[in-house]
Design a protein around this ligand. Structure first.
Ligand code: CA
Length: 221
């Protein structure tokens, strides 16, 4: 699934593309209105995340043109201009959803999932596998052999990230940034707590290894 992020603020752009990539999407950023519109039309996308205050051309103008060219393409507006009139104008011009800044990455991802699901009309039955671990992306369940377990949102995203980078050592800092998002206290032990819970759920064969002073690794054998 390919997602285009039209956003001129570099920090948000980087945060968003990282978050989307961690979720398994291909995310590409454009940082002006005209550039975003051109790319949105020229290439294949499954969804566009659109800021409204953009250099060169406003997000609403981009939306108007884009909707004319690609009426089926879902567009989620992400903007600090949260007044009702702007929202209504956005929907009128073809936006499929609206998320106000400051935003929570979890909420945005949840809304994107809903948009993509309704765009294709079927549940995403995709599974991800590495070694003995199978992750069902639609049901948010992990499987090891006969054992099937439901995961909380964090557990799911943590395991998803480890699976995407199976065999690699991933630092706590990186997991914290990718799964919990920026603004989280780097001294926090939430990653370790979540890994512990995951291991309990996945049973004695849980292939999540602790690499001393470096981080965690999902073993692939
Ligand atoms: Ca902006």
């Amino acid at each position: 699934m390919r997602i285009l992020v039209i956003e001129d603020e570099r920090r948000i752009q980087a945060f968003l593309t990282r978050g989307l990539e961690a979720e398994g999407y291909t995310a590409v950023a454009a940082d002006s209105g005209p550039d975003g519109l051109a790319r949105a039309i020229a290439e294949h996308w499954d969804l566009v995340v659109l800021d409204l205050l953009l250099p060169g051309m406003s997000g609403l103008q981009v939306l108007r043109e884009l909707h004319r060219e690609r009426p089926q393409l879902p567009v989620v507006i992400l903007s600090a201009r949260a007044d009702l009139q702007t929202k209504l104008r956005g929907f009128e011009l073809g936006a499929t959803d609206y998320v106000s800044k400051p935003f929570s990455l979890d909420e945005l991802l949840a809304r994107i999932r809903v948009q993509l699901r309704s765009a294709v009309g079927v549940e995403d039955e995709h599974v991800l596998q590495a070694g003995r671990v199978v992750l069902d992306l639609a049901r948010r369940q992990a499987r090891i052999g006969e054992l099937v377990t439901n995961l909380s949102d964090r557990e799911f995203r943590l395991l998803h990230h480890l699976l995407l980078h199976a065999g690699e050592v991933i630092s706590r800092e990186r997991l914290l940034a990718e799964v919990w998002g920026y603004g989280f206290d780097p001294g926090s032990n939430v990653v370790d707590v979540c890994v512990r819970r995951l291991r309990q759920k996945l049973g004695p064969d849980a292939p999540i290894e602790t690499v001393r002073n470096a981080g965690y690794r999902l073993a692939t054998t």
